[in-house]
Design a protein around this ligand. Structure first.
Ligand code: CP
Ligand code: NVA
Length: 301
């Protein structure tokens, strides 16, 4: 593995290796065992969108590994004034040991990898959020003790989260069902790959999607960059594409609920379901730290 651009690029063994290392790093962190595996290394963190979890977990993770992290906002970099990615990637490769990028176009992180000469980590694009799903898989395995054979159901907008859930969970041998409106489906090519390589369904019937699920997952109806579409999306999603008690009743009785956060209570998830599963959801948020430390060790050590 040279970069983490999207989970579809990783083999099942590479994903499992990251999850195993993430568990080990979590154990060590919780037992005050320090590991300065990345001493002297610097991660650049380019943010073209807001972040709470990603920024703090990457920056803290880098410190815990003995390295340092630079927060580079779009407002401060010349890239925000039109300097091409090709040049930015080549310059930053001369100073840094790795770059984490959160941006809009998937092609931008792919271009960073193409023109730069250091590891590139996708920290969310409109297409994918691989770091989140590595933490999600770690969390599911912690709670359910296995991944293969479980059914995960995603309810809501077919977005960056959905694409990464499909890629990561199918590779781990999980069944994936998506319940989303017809005009808001995940990436078509990815859905075709999933259907050919595993147990995958996509339907606008949320109850069919959630039936017997071991894990229910949801995310916001309008992602970052889609704020102007919120009212139009709300008209389509409201009252149907929500994890609530009625939907939970068709899932397995021991089903867990995950949410990448930030959550909009009363929209994609009710406050009741959110609070009933807060233990799982905040374990998931914590695991961003451990899973990303594992990614950085594998890419940058
Ligand atoms: N889940 C997630 O990526 O959160 P942030 O947007 O706060 O980083
Ligand atoms: N789909 C959301 C995920 C946030 C972590 C967004 O892109 O805004």
């Amino acid at each position: 593995m040279k970069h983490l651009l999207k989970l579809a690029d990783l083999s099942a063994d590479e994903i499992l290796d990251i999850l195993n290392l993430a568990d080990q790093l979590k154990y060590e962190r919780n037992n005050n065992i320090e590991h300065h595996i990345l001493k002297g290394k610097t991660l650049g963190m380019i943010f073209q969108k807001s972040s709470t979890r990603t920024r703090v977990s990457f920056e803290t993770g880098m410190y815990q590994l003995g390295g340092q992290a630079l927060f580079l906002s779009n407002r401060d970099l010349q890239i925000g004034r039109g300097e091409p990615v090709q040049d930015t990637a080549r310059v930053l490769s001369r100073y840094l040991d790795g770059i984490m990028i959160r941006t809009f176009e998937q092609s931008e992180v792919e271009d960073f990898a193409k023109y730069g000469s250091i590891p590139i980590i996708n920290a969310l694009t409109d297409y994918a959020h691989p770091c989140q799903v590595l933490a999600d898989l770690q969390t599911i395995r912690e709670h359910k003790k296995t991944l293969a054979g479980l059914k995960i159901c995603y309810i809501g907008d077919g977005n960056n989260m959905t694409n990464s859930i499909i890629a990561g969970c199918i590779k781990m041998g999980m069944a994936v069902s998506v319940g989303c409106p017809k005009n808001y489906q995940p990436d078509a090519a990815l859905m075709q790959w999933a259907a050919e390589n595993g147990d995958f369904t996509c339907t606008d019937d949320v109850f069919a999607a959630a039936k017997d699920a071991d894990v229910l997952y949801t995310d916001v109806w309008a992602s970052m960059g889609q704020e102007g579409e919120f009212e139009a999306r709300k008209a389509v999603f409201e009252g149907v594409y929500q994890i609530n008690d009625k939907l939970m009743s068709v899932a397995r009785s021991d089903a867990m609920v995950l949410h990448c956060l930030p959550a909009h209570r009363g929209e994609e998830i009710t406050a009741e379901v959110f609070e009933a599963h807060a233990g799982e959801i905040f374990d998931e948020a914590e695991n961003r730290l451990h899973a990303q430390k594992a990614v950085m060790v594998r890419l940058m050590a």
